[in-house]
Structures are given as structure tokens and as C-alpha cells.
Design a protein around this ligand. Structure first.
Ligand code: UD1
Length: 360
């Protein structure tokens, strides 16, 4: 069996680190295509090399641009590759523009689509990632769900066939990498003391591209940072938004870093007191690390962590962020086994290997 996997953005490199290795173990021939949506070395190469991902067979060189530009350019360039390589299946990950572009190309060429991280749903319904998820799920043949909730979400939309609860490959990777982390050295490298700082990320378009929300969030983080250091590895989108709006003065007390490699990020997360984030990945990795997170979104695809009282939705509410940064202490232990048993990738590879076209 020959499969084409499509990656392009930071979270997809992370997921491919597990899935690619498991596909190889299952004897599946994987061809890797990188759309090139993320192209800065610290947004792409550092993950490909640091996580031992095989060198992509193709780089489509798509880069940055509008949603239509990224999606359409990926579609046109990927179609040529797929027509030439004729894979038996196309694997897409998560909810980015690469995900939906790959799903559209494959399904129109009648190549079955496998969607890793299927079934997540959240408000606002017009956020780009939500649109990408819904479209992708409805045209996929294999839907690999990270949670039971995701299975339920799909069922509500009438999608039952090809749906598998396997667990979360990001949990697989965390379990695998945890043993190799040198947390004390990494904390010392950044002059941080365990439990005495908050790790933050910020990159969602509804937070970076809305002046008022961005200002609220930065002011809140800066205020918190005067008492409990906030460490913010900065996504290039956010760096640009801060510069365009002239908000440099608002972040004087925050420790701003460049985007970090996976192992540094996980070490800083494990060493932190709390996370403040609008990243889907980090709010869940915080739970893996035993750290609660304040989620700067009106809703989340990982709602089970909020329902359990572990994470808290604070949206872009300045006062709430400041208050909860100090006061949110989950009264519960971290809930267990929400994201599988650390063998999601292995389960997926087995299902892919046994997939026959009759299942479509
Ligand atoms: C994308 C995904 C989002 C994911 C995020 C992870 C979509 C719709 N969104 O958002 O789901 O959570 O990746 O990071 O696909 N830029 C650079 N260098 C880079 C990459 C981006 O400077 O290597 C800048 C460019 O100005 C670009 C902006 O960041 O316009 C946004 O990048 P883009 O890839 O469009 O979306 P993300 O915000 O990264």
C-alpha cells in the first residue's frame, strides 16, 4: 500500500512524527508532501529534524497568503503530485488550509482520505479551522478521532462509517519524548525557575487580527508578568500584528522568545505553573504535563478539559485573564485517559493497512 501524507504547518509536523513512524512499522510506503505553509526554520525545519521526520519527498512552496491563495495553490500543486504518484490513500492532519486542500484534491480524484484528528467541533463556526474540519470530515473515508466526544460530534452530523476512536497522536508523542527531556537544563538556559512562571502562546487570527482583543490580551499578560513572569514564544503572525499596531510598549514586562523547538516547549511547559494559550495543541499538552491552562478562546474543540475543571475558557477578557492567572487552581486531579493510551499512531497504521476500497 502507498500512502501520501500532507503536512505544512507546525502542528502537522508534530503529528507526522508519530504517524509516519508507525506507518513505516506497519510496512506502508509513505510519500511525504510538505505544502510549505510554514517555512521559517523555527516553524518547520526545527521540527522536521528535531523529531526525526523523514525529509519530505515534495515541497510545494506555498508559503503565506490569503486563505483562498493557500488552499487553491496547495490544491493545484498537490494535484500534479497525486496524479503522478497515484497513491492508494491520502492522509491529512488537523484543521489547517493544507488539510482541507488535501481532502478536496484526493476526494475529487477518488482517492480515499484519512483524516487524523477528525470530529473536533467548536465555536465560532466561521473560524477558518472549523470550516476546514467540517469540510474535511464530510469527504473523508477514514476518520481517526482523538476523543470519544469527537466520535459523538461526527455521529450528530450523520458520519458513522469509517469512524475510529484511536486516541491522540500528540499524546503518543508526549509520552515518547517525555523521557528524553532535560527540564532543568532547559529552564536554566532561559533563566527560569520551576513553578515560578506562566508559559503563554498567542496566534489565533481572531485574537491577533482584532486590535481590541489583541490589546486586552497583551495588557493582561503584561500585568500578570509583573508578579509572575509570563514567557511568550512569539508566532510570526503575532509579532507582525504587535508591530503593525504599535503595541511594543504593552509587552515590556513579558519575556518574549522566538518560536521554540518541540523539546524546549515541552520542557518549559512541564516546568511552568500554568499555561495561557489560544493553541489547540498547547491547551492539551498542558494537561499531559499536569499543568492547568487558561484558554483564550470563546470555545474549544477540547471541551472535555474545561468540563473537567482542568482548563478554563477566558476568551480575550482582560480582567478574567489577570484574575484567573493567579486564582485558577483546579480542585480536581487531572482526568485520566481522555486521549487514549499512547498508542493512537499504532492503531491508525493498523486500520490503514487493513483498509480496502470497499469501505469507502
Ligand atoms: C496556521 C493554521 C492554524 C494552526 C497554526 C499553527 C490555517 C488556517 N491555520 O495558522 O490552524 O494553529 O498554523 O501555527 O491553516 N508566517 C511567517 N513564517 C512562517 C509562517 C507564517 O512569517 O513560517 C507569518 C506570515 O506573516 C503569515 C502568518 O504568519 O501570513 C500566518 O501564517 P499562516 O500559515 O497563514 O497561519 P497560522 O496563523 O500559522
Amino acid at each position: 500500500m502507498r500512502i501520501t501524507s500532507l503536512i505544512g504547518a507546525r502542528p502537522q509536523f508534530i503529528k507526522e512524527a508519530i504517524v509516519g513512524a508507525e506507518l513505516r512499522k506497519a510496512g506502508i510506503d509513505e510519500m511525504l508532501v510538505n505544502t510549505g505553509q510554514h517555512y521559517d526554520a523555527n516553524m518547520s525545519d526545527v521540527f522536521i529534524h528535531g523529531l526525526n521526520i523523514k525529509t519530505p519527498d515534495y515541497n510545494l512552496g506555498v508559503g503565506s497568503g490569503s486563505h483562498a491563495y493557500q488552499t487553491a495553490t496547495t490544491m493545484i500543486r498537490l494535484e500534479e503530485v497525486v496524479l503522478k504518484e497515484k497513491p492508494d490513500m491520502l492522509m491529512v492532519y488537523g484543521d489547517t488550509n493544507a488539510t482541507v486542500a488535501g481532502a478536496l484534491v484526493g476526494s475529487k480524484l477518488k482517492i480515499p482520505i484519512a483524516h487524523v484528528e477528525a470530529g473536533l467541533r467548536q465555536h465560532p463556526k466561521d473560524m477558518p479551522e472549523e470550516i476546514n474540519r467540517v469540510v474535511t470530515d464530510h469527504i473523508s473515508s477514514l476518520l481517526f478521532c482523538p476523543t470519544e466526544k469527537a466520535v459523538d460530534n461526527l455521529e450528530k452530523e450523520g458520519i458513522i462509517r469509517g469512524v475510529h476512536f484511536v486516541g491522540d497522536v500528540m499524546y503518543d508523542l508526549f509520552v515518547k519524548m517525555r523521557e528524553c527531556l532535560d527540564i532543568s537544563t532547559t529552564l536554566a538556559d532561559y533563566s527560569l525557575v520551576r513553578g515560578r512562571y506562566i508559559l503563554a502562546t498567542l496566534h489565533r487570527d481572531f485574537n491577533t487580527d482584532d486590535r481590541k482583543r489583541l490589546k486586552n490580551i497583551l495588557e493582561a499578560m503584561n500585568e500578570v508578568s509583573k508578579k509572575l513572569k509570563v514567557v511568550l514564544p512569539l508566532h510570526p503572525r503575532t509579532r507582525k500584528a504587535i508591530s503593525v499596531n504599535g503595541y511594543e510598549d504593552l509587552i515590556r514586562d513579558i519575556l518574549i522568545l522566538d518560536p521554540l523547538p518541540y523539546s524546549d516547549m515541552m520542557s518549559l511547559l512541564i516546568g511552568s505553573k500554568k499555561a495561557i494559550t489560544d493553541s489547540g495543541g498547547l491547551q492539551k499538552e498542558a494537561y499531559f504535563a499536569g499543568v492547568p491552562a487558561l484558554v483564550m478562546m470563546p470555545d474549544t474543540g477540547w471541551i472535555e478539559l474545561v468540563e473537567a475543571g482542568w482548563n478554563l475558557l477566558v476568551d480575550a477578557n482582560k480582567e478574567l485573564i489577570i484574575d484567573k492567572a493567579f486564582s485558577h487552581e483546579p480542585r480536581v486531579n487531572a482526568p485520566e485517559n481522555l486521549y487514549g493510551d499512547g498508542r493512537a499512531g499504532e492503531k491508525m497504521a493498523k486500520i490503514v493497512a487493513g483498509f480496502s476500497r470497499s469501505e469507502r
